[in-house]
Ligand binder design. Structure first.
Ligand code: UD1
Length: 397
């Protein structure tokens, strides 16, 4: 028997989620995946499609190499654009792919524009859709990702959730119980698998090799001796007043206490230049601006950071496992399990400078305390494969 799966990636946070999924398919086909042992007669034929939403080498290619993801069979090359352009162009191109490949399932991950575009297209072609990382809710429709999550979950036939709170969210939306499976956090599979290799990297080499200020000199960083930062959400970087407030805080408070390592997303760099903030930051000797980093490099810096400032959902989750005290520059999160009040290590500070200041002072006194939410155990991808096989077992040709 043959099961045809087509999975989709589009943007950076998708790559660390699809890697373990593809490796688990390989192991299943070789008959060495314990979880799917009783289904060894089913062979999985897999096609990987990249929508091309992220296209720079640093935002895309490097992840395929370092995470050992095979070259996508198909790249739709949609690139940058407005949301409607990205989603529309993806749908037009993806429809043709589906007509040609005719998979049994389309598997989408996360909450980016590719997730939305491909789940809608799949359902319109009467193809089953599986969503990995289903059920997360920020309840903020101002976030493009929340719209993507809601639509994808509403349409999906199989909803694989990272935590039990997500199951509850889906139940409240009246999703039938048989569609929901709690499998754990697939991105943590990647973290656990890559931890040993990452530990061997040297933090100062990472900084030196990725500095944006080419001529900058810096004193060697030491473990727990620097802050790490990522920032890219439209709500933080698209308005001059907000971005200026954050930059002033970084200069006035953070770098005044310890070196700040900031890996700069292309969207953010563009906005900093537009608002004439770029030169101001470049002038600060204690702020080290880096290009977007590869998976291992960012993970390595996170392992030794004293504190992380971020608006990325994925990094909130990685901090939970690593124990890095985290200030989340958002007013809400779809990942409450990462927050201190639910047992995690992160706190929401939005872009409210008062709150940022208060929590920065408090968090600087906190120690690293790793946590392990239920089923964030490195074995989520095999559970995803098992769920898909079980769910399709009855309807296979
Ligand atoms: C997207 C995802 C977001 C995810 C983030 C991680 C959606 C709605 N958003 O946001 O959920 O957290 O990726 O990075 O899907 N750009 C480049 N090179 C690239 C990619 C983008 O220069 O390889 C520039 C483009 O000019 C673009 C801007 O960055 O306008 C933003 O990229 P975009 O894909 O629109 O969204 P992200 O902000 O990256």
């Amino acid at each position: 028997m043959k099961l045809k799966l087509l999975s989709v990636v589009g943007a950076r946070p998708n790559f660390m989620k699809i890697a373990p999924f593809i490796h688990a398919i390989r192991d299943h086909n070789q008959g060495i995946l314990r979880e799917t042992g009783q289904f060894h007669n089913i062979k999985i034929e897999h096609t990987l499609v990249h929508t091309g939403q992220h296209y720079d080498a640093t935002m895309s290619d490097t992840f395929f190499k370092t995470l050992n993801i095979p070259e996508p069979e198909i790249n739709l090359g949609v690139g940058s654009g407005t949301h409607a352009e990205q989603v529309g162009n993806t749908m037009i191109k993806f429809e043709k792919v589906l007509k040609q490949i005719q998979p049994h399932w389309v598997v989408v991950v996360g909450d980016v524009n590719a997730t939305l575009a491909c789940s809608v297209t799949a359902k319109k072609e009467h193809i089953k859709c599986c969503h990995i990382e289903a059920g997360l809710r920020s309840r903020d429709l101002g976030m493009p990702e929340e719209i993507n999550r809601l639509v994808t979950d509403r349409l999906s036939d199989l909803l694989l959730t990272p935590d039990k709170m997500s199951n509850e969210n889906l139940r409240k939306e009246c999703v039938p119980e048989e569609k929901i499976r709690f499998v754990g956090n697939i991105m943590i599979d990647t973290l656990r698998k890559n931890r040993v290799i990452t530990e061997k990297l040297e933090i100062n080499n990472i900084i030196r090799n990725n500095l944006l200020q080419e001529s900058a000199t810096f004193a060697s960083l030491t473990p727990a001796g620097y802050a790490l930062m990522t920032l890219h959400r439209p709500s933080n970087v698209d308005e001059k007043k907000i971005l200026t407030g954050i930059v002033d805080f970084l200069i006035g408070e953070v770098q005044a206490k310890l070196p700040l390592v900031w890996t700069v997303h292309p969207r953010t760099k563009k906005q900093l230049e537009l608002f004439n903030l770029w030169e101001k930051i470049l002038a600060e000797k204690n702020i080290l601006l880096l290009n977007p980093l590869g998976y291992h490099e960012l993970l390595r810096l996170n392992m030794d950071a004293k504190i992380l400032l971020t608006d990325s959902g994925g990094l909130q989750e990685e901090c939970t496992i690593l124990g890095t005290p985290c200030l989340t520059l958002r007013f809400n999160t779809e990942r409450p399990i990462t927050l201190r009040e639910y047992g995690g290590v992160s706190v929401l500070v939005g872009n409210d400078i008062e709150k940022l200041h208060k929590e920065f002072v408090y968090t600087m006194k906190s120690d690293r305390k790793p946590k392990q939410p239920e089923l964030w155990d490195g074995h989520t991808a095999p559970r995803c494969i098992l769920a898909i096989i079980e769910s399709s077992n009855r309807s296979l040709p």
